[in-house]
Design a protein around this ligand. Structure first.
Ligand code: TGC
Ligand code: FAD
Length: 386
């Protein structure tokens, strides 16, 4: 079956280098992830060894400059996210959190010593990072966070709890956001620091090939050198979210493309009433409508990547992409699953796994409601979050 994105000849809009990076990531996933990911999803695991393999592939912090990072274009990073999420949202989420939240927070707001200590190991997948912003009582509204850090002589003492933290139970270093008397600040908390513990969240019906955890901080004592020196307000963590949300704009296209591809393959071979079901007009209507949605979502992603490369991409434009592409992807995944009939509920086929994962993607990195409010704010000049 042809790549559904060939319908509008979208690959012709990419450079040779961008196409080569996308193909390399897709080939890695075909060998190392796709054969196993349905069982990882069923078992609710993500093998830690995958981190080093992704490090060797060069996708961890690939859009960052220096310190062992590849320094690729924003579009190349987006295309990698697309392929990663076409395999499973959990794999893209691992890479997003490592590169765009953990590494980006250190690259952008860290000291030279912090960058030297962590970035090369995180880029190689020798160390794993996580990013703790959400708390049990403060998700969409991180400005209410209770986790706090208090100066004690030359040290800081942190208390509080974070929840729903991707990679939390795997992480060697956590970027933890806390309120202080001086404003919001970020801290690097290494695994093993006394008073710092993690507990994995089980029984997820979505994003199962991903580790999601609580972080608990009980009188965690850290030196001043553990604070991210350039992070001086909530603007710092929110700017990290822009990076991860950008990757999701592309990742969602990957989950949708893979779902459509599964439906196209199935419809071409499944015979009912003596014909392949692809021959029925109602099936073709579904396939055609889904391919329009996947291709237009991809054009939006490409446009945002070009704005990012030009240095003009605004948060509300990322909101347009995150909102539209995730809502589109979940609709496509659900529609694809209907074409597969009973087989559509089996883990042998990807669409329902994608749809289940996308329930998390709809919620994290700003719910669809929050992104609509960001767009509304940009249109009207009136913030209506609170
Ligand atoms: P507000 O007063 O609007 O903003 C505080 C300061 O931050 C600035 N700012 C931004 N800066 C850069 N990028 C953005 N997207 C920004 N949004 C706001 C703002 O200009 C201000 O700066 P300054 O200098 O004036 O102080 O803050 P607010 O409290 O009213 O909240 C605004 C709101 C609701 C949009 C924000 O809180 C929000 O985005 N909430 C959603 C929370 C969220 O997305 N959490 C995600 C946690 S991480 C995660 O989910 C990882 S999932 C795994 C994966 O990625 O794969
Ligand atoms: P709430 O904020 O309680 O929202 C509940 C509902 O109310 C939603 O429908 C929301 O849209 C709506 N709502 C809230 N405020 C408004 C408003 N002003 N107007 C209209 N509607 C509103 N967080 C991290 O910090 N790091 C991570 O690595 C991370 N990984 C995650 C991984 C997974 C699998 C999941 C599911 C979540 C993860 N999160 C992470 C948390 C995620 O960012 C939050 O779940 C998200 O920000 C929403 O917060 P909440 O779940 O508390 O929902």
């Amino acid at each position: 079956m042809p790549d559904p994105l060939q319908l509008l000849d979208i690959p012709s809009l990419l450079s040779d280098e961008e196409r080569a990076i996308q193909a390399t990531v897709a080939a890695f996933l075909a060998d190392h992830v796709r054969p196993h990911v349905a069982s990882w999803f069923e078992e609710g695991v993500l093998p830690r060894e995958l981190a080093r393999e992704l490090g060797k592939l060069g996708v961890l912090g690939m859009h960052l400059e220096g310190y062992g990072c590849a320094g690729t274009s924003a579009l190349a990073y987006g295309l990698a996210c697309l392929e990663l999420e076409a395999a499973d949202s959990g794999i893209r989420s691992f890479v997003s959190v490592q590169g765009s939240l953990s590494m980006y927070s250190i690259r952008q707001y860290g000291s030279e010593e912090q960058k030297q200590e962590w970035l090369p190991r995180l880029a190689a997948g020798e160390a794993i990072g996580c990013f703790g912003l959400t708390e049990p009582d403060f998700g969409s509204n991180p400005s209410g966070m209770r986790t706090h850090a208090v100066r004690d002589g030359a040290d800081w003492v942190l208390n509080g709890a974070k929840t729903w933290i991707t990679n939390g139970g795997l992480a060697d270093v956590a970027t933890v956001w806390a309120r202080t008397e001086e404003g919001f600040r970020g801290f690097l908390v290494p695994r093993g620091t006394p008073g710092f513990s993690t507990r994995d969240i089980k029984n997820k019906l979505s994003m199962r090939a991903s580790v999601t955890s609580e972080l608990v901080l009980e009188d965690v004592r850290l030196p001043e050198s553990a604070r991210l020196p350039l992070a001086t307000s909530l603007r710092a963590p929110l700017s990290c979210l822009n990076e991860a949300r950008f990757g999701i704009v592309f990742g969602a296209v990957g989950a949708a493309r893979d779902s459509l591809q599964a439906a196209l393959d199935y419809a071409g071979t499944r015979i009912q009433f003596d014909k392949p079901i692809a021959a029925f007009q109602l099936t073709q209507r579904k396939l055609a409508s889904m391919s329009v949605q996947v291709n237009t979502a991809m054009l939006l992603a490409l446009h945002l990547a070009r704005l990012k490369e030009a240095g003009t991409l605004k948060p509300e434009q990322i909101s347009v992409g995150k909102y539209n592409n995730v809502e589109t992807a979940i609709a496509v995944a659900r529609e694809s699953r209907t074409i597969l009939g009973a087989n559509g509920i089996s883990s042998e086929y990807s669409p329902l796994r994608h749809a289940n994962n996308l329930e998390s993607v709809l919620t994290y990195e700003g719910t669809s409601d929050i992104h609509l409010l960001s767009i509304g704010h940009a249109l009207t000049g009136i913030a209506s979050f609170r």
